[in-house]
Design a protein around this ligand. Structure first.
Ligand code: HEM
Length: 227
């Protein structure tokens, strides 16, 4: 009985974790689409980036979404850690009973490690931008004068003109890529969307998504490193 309860609660944890993860997957698309305008991809890229930032920092609905975003991050992290601990604790029994391979698990072996890498990335990333916006830390130092706490364009230039940060971002974002590659398909699996016809498509889309997101985000520090 207690085993069944444990199983049910573990399944619901996975469902909530997957829903939060899927929200984060969408967030990354929006976040990358805006950030790419830091690069000279159009003539007026700087203007577009600044207008997008203006919209993101003033539009009331975005403020609500920001709360949902942080809620999703916290939920995802807490449930991920709890499920991983449960996984470790259940391991001796699991091996004896399970007939599935380890990679069938939505928590494939390295998710917790790449998750920790993302957490480290976020701490550094928030120190560079988000905590500046909140007024908790000073803007990143560098040659570009930062006009105010919403001047993310010059903050980004100061961050990425520092090769230490650029390399750090590239390495840590690679960790994000590995995490996403597994997480995308695992999320659908946890939601029960598992079908011989659709699963290969989900896996394929997940692979393309994680490659595009990883290369997209890496292109920003890489551009500054090369130039
Ligand atoms: C080179 C890559 C990236 C750049 C240039 C960048 C830039 C920024 C900037 C300028 C902000 C402040 C925006 C604001 O507070 O309104 C921000 C916030 C944030 N970033 Fe990034 N980011 C990058 C990669 C990432 C990645 C890979 C993640 C997720 C793993 C991420 C997650 C976040 C979150 C959660 C926030 C706070 C929420 C928000 O304000 O939108 N960022 N980022």
């Amino acid at each position: 009985m207690s085993q069944t309860l444990l199983k049910i609660s573990s399944i619901s944890k996975k469902v909530f974790m997957s829903l939060a993860g899927l929200f984060l997957i969408i967030f990354l698309v929006v976040h990358l689409s805006i950030n790419l305008f830091i690069l000279p991809i159009t003539e007026n890229h700087q203007e577009i980036f600044k207008q997008a930032v203006e919209f993101m920092t003033t539009f009331p609905l975005i403020k609500v979404m920001e709360v949902v975003l942080f809620g999703a991050f916290i939920l995802h992290i807490i449930l991920g850690v709890v499920l991983q601990i449960e996984n470790w604790m259940a391991r001796p029994v699991g091996y004896a009973v399970s007939t599935k391979s380890k990679t069938d698990s939505p928590f494939s072996r390295f998710s917790i490690h790449t998750g920790v890498i993302i957490f480290i990335f976020l701490v550094i990333h928030f120190m560079n931008f988000y905590f500046v916006k909140l007024g908790w830390v000073d803007p990143p130092a560098g040659d570009m004068p930062v006009a105010d706490k919403h001047d993310f364009y010059n903050m980004a230039l100061n961050v990425f003109n520092n090769p230490v940060y650029s390399v750090l971002y590239i390495v840590l974002i690679l960790g994000l890529g590995f995490h996403l590659h597994h997480a995308f398909q695992a999320a659908f699996q946890s939601l029960g969307l598992n079908h011989p016809k659709y699963t290969p498509w989900i896996k394929g889309i997940g692979l393309i998504y994680s490659i595009v997101i990883t290369i997209g985000f890496i292109s920003i520090p890489l551009y500054f490193l090369i130039n």
